[in-house]
Design a protein. Structure first.
Length: 413
């Protein structure tokens, strides 16, 4: 495969395939069935996240007749999808929670409230769940939750910081499912976060919270968003409460970003020397430095999740902005010869756009300028989407049905 962009895409797609959610669930079902329902009890599947459809389908095929499922996923995956038999499908909102997210959150609480001690809940958790289902804490509104999400997405907070705060404003997150169900809960979890901390994935509905309300308030101050928070949110975070003891839960990790990076290595790349994390403005020069030292034909694979600080009102996502920043930095550094850089979300959607990310090379910036888009100006406005679109450099995959954060490929042609 001589074209470096085709090779980069093939390596990326190998990483996405390795995050197959149905295969991960199927492989874990013997372990799940070790704790079956009691006399007169039944299985209830509750699947939340961008991989919820595939995970629920695999679970229902492996469970006895009579099992039911509630599936909450993003609109792109729910559109034109047919829910499995004995399943209810709800589309939440992402990346900012909306009315669909609130309906989904209430449906989850109602479902869990119907469970008795002899029943068993199989929780199938994947990335995106934090926004897809919300149940605001007492005293908060959906608008409050949406504003918090908007502020967190724009202040450079990483996923752990975001979810520490989200958990303290929710009846679902930080172990909320455990307290809402009289039935024991078993969780199968597909990780979209660096380090695979189960408390962070989808804000940890089946595990203990990351921190306390006081820690969440201190973090908001440290991130510079405390004074921008709605007064109701400030009031809730200021009310330190004693953590209630949580019922036990069984949780198992069935897929992760690191597994996808391993698959990319098998597909012909070498593991990159650093993770895909930190602000994209700081990370782009590091990729350019690596690029200058790569031998012809050498490919590096990366995994993780970056952050973006929003200063403009443009359209884009962290992967698109990173790709455009690498293209501009490489041009300014005078990197010559053939090369390409791909950065994409494994779910097929980067930020509030229809693109998975960006796939750039030595001609990206010049092509964008020829179409009337100055890359530097676009980055100042956080408008990477339109600049990359003009350059023909958007990575378009469509919804993949999985989510293990982001993957990147750097190749010297």
């Amino acid at each position: 495969m001589s074209d470096p962009s085709q090779r980069a895409r093939a390596i990326f797609e190998a990483g996405v395939r390795a995050a197959d959610p149905a295969g991960g669930v199927s492989a874990a079902m013997d372990w799940v069935r070790e704790d079956p329902p009691g006399p007169g009890g039944r299985w209830q599947v509750v699947a939340l996240g961008k991989a919820a459809l595939a995970m629920a389908g695999a679970a229902l095929r492996a469970l006895p007749e009579g099992a039911q499922a509630l599936i909450v996923t993003n609109p792109e995956n729910a559109e034109n999808a047919e829910a499995p038999e004995d399943a209810t499908l709800i589309a939440g909102d992402h990346p900012v929670p909306g009315a669909g997210s609130q309906r989904a959150g209430q449906a989850i609480l109602d479902c869990l409230a119907r469970m008795g001690p002899e029943d068993r809940v199989l929780a199938l958790i994947s990335g995106g769940g934090s926004a897809l289902a919300v149940a605001p804490a007492e005293g908060l509104s959906l608008a409050d939750k949406a504003e918090v999400s908007r502020l967190l997405l724009g202040c450079g907070a990483d996923i752990t910081q975001m979810n520490l705060i989200r958990q303290q404003l929710s009846r679902l997150k930080g172990g909320g499912w455990l307290g809402a169900s009289a039935a024991p809960v078993t969780g199968l979890i597909l990780s979209d976060v660096p380090g695979d901390d189960l408390r962070v994935i989808a804000s940890g509905p089946t595990v203990a919270p990351i921190g306390t309300r006081r820690e969440a308030a201190d973090l908001c101050r440290g991130l510079g968003i405390w004074t921008k928070l709605p007064e109701t949110v400030q009031r809730v975070l200021g009310q330190e409460t004693e953590a209630a003891p949580q019922p036990p839960a069984r949780n198992r990790l069935i897929g992760a970003n690191g597994i996808s990076v391993d698959a990319m290595v098998v597909a012909g790349a070498e593991r990159g020397p650093f993770p895909l994390e930190g602000d994209v403005a700081d990370l782009a020069p590091r990729f350019v430095s690596l690029l200058r030292d790569l031998a012809p034909g050498q490919a590096l694979a990366f995994g993780g999740e970056t952050t973006v600080t929003l200063r403009g009102d443009g359209l884009g996502g962290r992967n698109q902005e990173l790709a455009l920043r690498v293209a501009l930095a490489a041009e300014e550094a005078g990197v010559d010869g053939a090369w390409c850089f791909l950065s994409g979300g494994t779910d097929g959607r980067d930020g509030p756009t229809d693109a998975a990310g960006g796939l750039v090379g030595p001609d990206t910036c010049a092509t964008a300028r020829a179409q009337g888009f100055d890359p530097r100006d676009a980055l100042a406005r956080n408008d990477s989407y339109h600049a990359l679109k003009a350059a023909g450099a958007l990575l378009m995959t469509g919804a993949t049905g999985t989510n293990v954060a982001d993957l990147a490929v750097l190749i010297r042609g």
